[in-house]
Design a protein around this ligand. Structure first.
Ligand code: SF4
Length: 61
């Protein structure tokens, strides 16, 4: 699975709390960024983050 954050991110930080090994907030704390692509051992948490994102801003490609 490879993921990216869309422009519609609200900056709520939920994804970075759910799976900090993949998501973090940018320096301004305004948007999430993917700092490591998912690996097999964290895909469950990444899937949870995708499903729970209130802005539906995490997508796969
Ligand atoms: S959960 Fe969604 S809206 Fe919240 S910071 Fe992550 S990508 Fe942005």
């Amino acid at each position: 699975m490879k993921i990216y954050i869309e422009k519609g991110c609200w900056g709520c930080s939920l994804c970075s709390v759910t799976c900090p090994s993949v998501f973090k907030m940018d320096d301004a704390e305004e948007h999430a960024v993917v700092h490591h692509q998912p690996e097999a051992d964290n895909e469950v948490l990444v899937t949870q983050a995708i499903e729970e994102c209130p802005a539906h801003a995490i997508n796969t490609w």
